[in-house]
Design a protein around this ligand. Sequence first.
Ligand code: ATP
Ligand code: MG
Length: 174
Amino acid sequence: MDIVQNSIVAGASQIGVEVDEDSAEDKLTITVTDNGCGMDKDTLARVCDPFTTGRTTRRVGLGIPLFKLAAEQTGGEFRIESEPGKGTRVCAVFGYSHIDRQPLGDMVSTMHQLITAHEMVDILYTHRVDGREFCLDTRQIKEILGGVSLAEHEVMVWLLEYLKENEASLYTNN
Ligand SMILES: Nc1ncnc2c1ncn2[C@@H]1O[C@H](COP(=O)(O)OP(=O)(O)OP(=O)(O)O)[C@@H](O)[C@H]1O
Ligand SMILES: [Mg+2]
């Protein structure tokens, strides 16, 4: 949620959220891609390591450093690529069964909140669990809705059910 929030603040009109749970490889990979304003090299360096890059007059947040730390604590890895004017890609790999891995959390609520609160942003969500896959492209949903708002009560209720059903089907054996 924090990482996607950064993309929204960066003015992205398209955000990709990819969650890949792979128990065979014992990896959980989370990738967020956006077409927002991007960052220059200095900002990028400061963002990844706010404690060692020295005095900055501007406050630097902890969203990215904490995400990076959370991944690295599980024997995983963290990568961030960004280009000013083009966009940013943040990728964290977690040790899936590592004792220090934080739970993925409630993807249904997270995605529901993101999608309904940021209607102007197109979100491409992919969640994979050991070969099963659930993809949601808000552009397709908006097309079907034909101008009806995603924040409309009935649409929100439908979307919640849709997310619940599809997320649940990723974890059931049939
Ligand atoms: N997707 C992105 N596109 C462009 N700039 C970004 C992106 N993600 C992060 N940044 C830059 O990196 C900075 C640090 O991000 P980070 O999430 O670590 O902290 P923050 O957003 O400033 O504060 P917070 O602690 O509230 O998250 C941001 O302020 C922003 O300048
Ligand atoms: Mg942030």
